[in-house]
Design a protein around this ligand. Sequence first.
Ligand SMILES: *Cc1c(COP(=O)(O)O)cnc(C)c1O
Length: 832
Amino acid sequence: MSLKKQKSKANKVCTLATNNGPVVNASTLPDDLQRHFHYTLGRDEVGESPQYLYHALALTIRDRLMEKLRATKKQQQKQPTRRAAYLSLEFLMGRALGNAVLNLDLEDSVRKGLNHYSCELESIAESEHDAGLGNGGLGRLAACFLDSCASLALPVTGYGIRYEYGMFNQSIENGHQVEHPDNWLRDGHPWEVAAPEYNRRVKFFGHVDTYQDKEGRTHYQWVGTEDVLAVPYDVPIPGYQNDIVNTLRLWKSTATDEFDLGEFNAGSYTEAVARKNLAEQITMVLYPNDASENGKELRLRQQYFLTSASLQDIIAEWVKIHGSDFTDFAKYHVFQLNDTHPSVAIAELMRLLLDEHDLDWDFAWQITTSTMAYTNHTLLPEALEKWSVRLFAHLLPRLLEIIYEINARFLTEVACHWPGDVDKQRALSIIEEGDDPQVRMAYLAIVGSFSVNGVAALHTQLLSAGLFNDFYQLTPNKFNNKTNGVTPRRWLAHCNPKLSELISDKIGHNWTRDLSEISKLRRYYDNTKFHVKWQHVKQHNKQQLADLVKQACGVEFDTNMMFDVQVKRMHEYKRQLLNILHVIHLYDRIRRGDTEGMTPRCVLIGGKAAPGYFIAKLTIKLINNVAATINADPLAQPWLRVAFLPNYNVTAMETICAATDLSEQISTAGKEASGTGNMKFMMNGAATIGTLDGANVEIRDAVGADNFFLFGARSEQVADIRAHYDPAHIIANDNNLNSVMALLRSGHFNLFEGGLFQPLIDAILNPDDQWLVAYDFASYCEAQQIAALAYQDKETWTQLSILNTAASGSFSSDRTINEYNQDIWKLTPLNA
Ligand SMILES: *Cc1c(COP(=O)(O)O)cnc(C)c1O
């Protein structure tokens, strides 16, 4: 037999062998669990080390995920369809176990399997570290979207970075935030599978050579580069009880082998090893900045690393089947950019098509601008990414050339639309002129995309009318809204099993697939028997949170008191400061003996501050000092308890949102793009006290104005208010605020730390305070009083709670993803 024939026969055998795997199903699960525990991990007894049983269970479930993942892939290969790649620097996944058990419908067999070891699923699940590969809302949105895409059977792959260190762990020491590295991979990550056969090579530095071919066409070669290897780790993403398992592909950076060898031959062994460290630095740590950029070179490296590896991955798959024919590429592919973080993708796709696959500019640009779609997440100017041209030229010289060319062609269009208007060209240029010229990444993203979306109705309106108005005038049809959502699987079914059971008892359980059905709950809003059950569940959930608060903060929360909660990243625009001023006001009332009609409440605040964000960290310290003073005062005991929960993360939120009575969504109007915490609370039956900002607007519309505690300046008023803002005058004319400020100034909360809070006092008094804390204080206190009185009437409050859950149907990320698909992606669901 010829060698060629032997080879093809061998291939055939391999194909056959991979077709039939062993059977893994629900009934074999207990046996498989024991096999993994005793053989894969070599353990004998659970004893003091439940983490091994967790690990064995994770591997057992992963086997089932892998089977469905392979089947899903096969289905896609059999019948190639259009697919989407969701590019994001962050995926805030949290724990995977509970979600996988729910989505694969394995609860009964898992409990049976654990029974053998006399263990409870809930306690075993505690062994899992959160996958904290994100900062906050933006990263958690990406995670909710993956769940919805798989549950809707849409062929969508997530692409991200496998950070060695995720979001830092926060502890509180003497009231101050202390950051600890999150070494989340230390005990292994059983949910991922490395796929080194799909390694990609990413270039950095070097320079660009040009040459002319025989036809006189110029070609560009990016040479003299220092290459880094991107190694993919695949995390399975199960759909909700539909046999679909999608992929989240996370890239890890490592040194290329040849590079080491070259250095080694030159006798520079240690330098070679040092280079390896440099390469591995790229994916070492997640930048802990939410809603602000810091311009660090390593961050740009991360962005390009993710982008280049992911695009190469997709193009390599294409070339395997279609060779160098890119005619239909845009029919089969679409890329969603989660904020500007991966927006260098626009220039990188151009580079790959031009330089590596020899397309001409116009064809490459047509492909790029019909496959790229950009989601904007913020209106805050400090969060809009800019990269210095100097840095770009050094790190990514070929990409900068391409951006210049994109810009030159774009400015020609601008000149056509606004003839002779040089200022317009300067304003819209992707390159910002100045001593240190900058690349404006949002502008690159808009110019290179066919779709630009905001994340709530108000946000999209403000984008089109304000920040991006010139672009809107140029290409209005690009702009569209996709109001955020959260997955009802994690954020109701999983995190609140008691409420879920109660809901399913009444309306069936199809709400887990189609949350619009939750509106059927409205029928029971004045059913007193149902009220009792609803209250009973809430009491149980509040006890769980009280236990957590006791253990983490040492503060006693009384479940009969109103649970008033604000958890989210610490930021001035989110106004945790306004919240604590109201707490001080309540305390001031108690001290004055003005407790007539007061509702006893427990105030919980939690959230991480970016390590370099001074004012946000000082706010944490103030909250902790105020909490310590109030909790130590016997006079306050019956009325008010205050705690700052350290290390707010996804897992903490699962306990928190199920137990909250009053959800604090109090950002300065026009500053919060959407918010998603607001939706998790609403789904679990909390009432909202909030401003007309982000998705609060739509939440209030859905639940009805009577069932929402509204306060504060409107976004359209903010500019006028700021024009003649005089906080000192406001304070002088408001006895309550005056009294609060006097307490703060007196050092009542910092007796042995003189002057500590002066920067916060100054911020409130600053006529330039763009967050309008003093302005909104009075209306905030008024809304708080109305909410507090409503809470005293148990019937009223229970109705309010039921109505909130019943009105939460459109805040499912399934609704959001269906809209992305109908308007932007246009994918056909797989045969689920
Ligand atoms: C939902 C969520 C957020 C986003 O909260 P917002 O209130 O919308 O800012 C941030 N962090 C975690 C851990 C979350 O679960």
